[in-house]
Design a protein around this ligand. Structure first.
Ligand code: SDN
Length: 145
């Protein structure tokens, strides 16, 4: 996605939507190295409260590989649906993004997906070399309130 230099809020919002669409499709197709590359090199990623955050590109790849071993003998298609994306631009150019995320898990031959967890996500996004990246992502799970 191209940089938004002195753009309007609408330009930034569109850039973030496009960034999230590409990012989540990488995650849901198991392209974890490319997903991790959508974070800054020192980026932080916590997908489940209580677990330590994964840090750095290598750490995020390792965490996703480890998390997904649960599906080694259980083929699934997971899809993360993002919605209600709320952006606040900081004066230093970083962007606070909060949004809802719902995980759907579908198994072969089973039409109805498993729904959940329902999540509330806090991201900090930055532009780096003209590209949006996550500096951090913290995922809250609604059942843990
Ligand atoms: O990247 C995300 C995630 C995510 O990666 C999640 C993972 O497992 C790996 C962006 C927005 C939301 C999420 C939510 C999850 C849920 C988490 C735990 C689980 O599925 O049990």
């Amino acid at each position: 996605m191209t940089t938004v230099v002195n753009g309007t809020f609408t330009d930034t919002y569109a850039a973030v939507l496009q960034f999230y669409a590409k990012q989540v499709q990488l995650l849901d197709s198991g392209r974890f190295e490319e997903y991790a590359a959508t974070f800054t090199a020192d980026g932080e990623f916590q997908h489940t409260p209580g677990l330590p955050a994964a840090r750095t590109t290598a750490g995020i790849i390792a965490e996703l590989n480890s998390f997904n071993t649960r599906f080694d003998n259980d083929p699934v298609q997971r899809r993360h649906w993002f919605n209600m994306i709320n952006l606040t631009e900081r004066t230093d150019g970083a962007i606070d993004a909060s949004f809802y995320a719902l995980v759907l898990t579908t198994r072969p031959g089973v039409k109805e997906p498993l729904v959940g967890p329902s999540c509330f996500v806090n991201d900090v996004l930055v532009f780096e070399d003209g590209e949006l990246r996550n500096r951090s992502r913290k995922v809250g799970h609604d059942q843990l309130f």
